[in-house]
Write a protein that binds this ligand. Structure first.
Ligand code: ADP
Ligand code: ADP
Length: 233
């Protein structure tokens, strides 16, 4: 089943009197359960495409269907509702609340979704357990290592049981070993049937996915299956 169906989208930014064509003509479909990496040089349009896929922005032209619903012309409030329910974000810089403990950081999306407190706490606790942080739930970000902070962020992304997980350079701030541990966690999440979309500059990180979409100058240059995907042990 298609979760994402993008047909001929373009994104044009107006910068003063100039038009910047960040995406020119992009079409792609992503099915439930896929693990896709998006690669491309700086300025190629990756962030713009991620923002559109993640319902943070809408295309200037073209169609974006998310779970069969046309989101390309939704208002900011409608987009926010889709984001909160359906999309789990993981960022390079973790984006955790510094004064809140791991449990509260993971609870946040459920607070926005109006889930009652006792249910929230239990679900947040389970998500933290799933990422291997059962014994760190009352630690604050500055009491955790980089890898542990990213695990909290992944638990926060998983806790709403979203339709897709969007990860933007999730290993960018981590050393190689810690990055590999995080990629092993993404692999487990993928094997549990989740849909993952990963943006990365690193070829060896992209090869954890089963499909790589390469973008250049606002166009898809290649969209291929990974023949020997790297499966962490
Ligand atoms: P990357 O995704 O490659 O890590 P960014 O998406 O932050 O980096 O930026 C990529 C390019 O887009 C940069 O050249 C940056 O100057 C430009 N850019 C990003 N955001 C804006 C903006 N709001 N206005 C103008 N240019 C921007
Ligand atoms: P990438 O993530 O691959 O680095 P981006 O999507 O950030 O690429 O940028 C694609 C192009 O769009 C670049 O030329 C960038 O400068 C431009 N751009 C990105 N965001 C904005 C923005 N908000 N306003 C104006 N130009 C932007």
């Amino acid at each position: 089943m298609n979760i994402i169906n993008i047909e001929h989208i373009a994104k044009i930014y107006q910068v003063g009197s100039e038009e910047v064509h960040a995406l020119r003509d992009v079409s792609l479909r992503i099915d439930k359960g896929e693990y896709v990496a998006i690669m491309g040089p700086s300025g190629s349009g990756k962030s713009t495409l991620m923002n559109i896929i993640g319902c943070l922005d809408t295309p200037t032209k073209g169609l974006y269907d998310f779970k069969g619903v046309n989101v390309s012309e939704m208002s900011d409030n409608e987009l926010a509702a889709i984001r909160n329910r359906e999309i789990g974000f993981v960022f390079q810089t973790f984006n955790l609340l510094p004064r809140s403990d791991a449990l509260h950081n993971v609870e946040l999306p459920l607070i926005y979704a109006g889930v009652p407190a006792h249910v929230r706490k239990e679900r947040a606790r389970l998500a933290l357990e799933q990422v291997g942080l059962a014994d760190r739930i009352h630690h604050k970000p500055n009491e955790l290592s980089g890898g542990q902070r990213q695990r909290v962020a992944i638990a926060r992304a998983l806790v709403t049981d979203p339709a897709i997980i969007l990860a933007d350079e999730p290993t960018g701030n981590l050393d190689t070993k810690t990055g590999e541990d995080i990629m092993a966690l993404f692999n487990e999440i993928y094997e549990q049937g989740n849909t993952i979309i990963l943006v990365t500059h690193e070829e060896y990180i992209a090869e954890h996915a089963e499909r790589i979409i390469r973008i250049r100058d606002g166009l898809i240059e290649k969209d291929e299956k990974v023949l020997n995907r790297y499966v962490p042990q």
